[in-house]
Design a protein around this ligand. Structure first.
Ligand code: 1AG
Length: 132
């Protein structure tokens, strides 16, 4: 576990969020989501992580142990897909990498800290969103 991702992080940039969301949700919801300034609140208790994405519109929380598969239901995001997603989070060097195996192909995210900033890359079906 090379670095701590813990803390409260406020969004300063969000590139191609629209592209990422096209694979997942309706134009109406995308329009709302695009305006949001997202905040990440990351906590760690032992090897358990809690990552909260907080916004004025909706909040989303995941909780997992690194290296252990868990079932993720993306409630409040693209929850029209009732099918659960099998997710696995691992460290790849300094990066916390999540592979989300489910209905959507090539879906996942990567978190890392660089220049004292929290970075997040979200990908789904060939689209890559980059948030700092
Ligand atoms: C995320 O996962 C998810 C947060 O960072 C990104 C937010 C939405 C992208 C996913 C699908 C779009 C669906 C609905 C948009 C509607 C509302 C937006 C509400 C966003 C605030 C919750 C990675 C994370 C680890 O679990 O950081």
């Amino acid at each position: 576990m090379p670095v701590s991702l813990c803390g409260t992080w406020d969004m300063i940039s969000n590139v191609n969020f629209e592209g990422y969301m096209i694979a997942l949700i309706s134009p109406y919801l995308r329009k709302i989501a695009l305006r949001l300034k997202l905040r990440k609140v990351i906590e760690q208790r032992g090897d358990q992580y809690i990552i909260k994405t907080v916004s004025a519109f909706r909040n989303y929380t995941i909780s997992f142990r690194v290296g252990q598969e868990f079932v993720e239901y993306t409630q409040g995001l693209d929850n029209r897909h009732v099918k659960s997603v099998q997710s696995l989070v691992t460290w790849e060097g300094n990066k916390l990498v999540c592979e989300q195996i489910g209905e959507k192909k090539n879906r996942g995210w990567t978190h890392w800290v660089e220049d004292d900033k929290l970075h997040l890359e979200l990908h789904c079906e060939g689209e890559i969103c980059k948030q700092v």
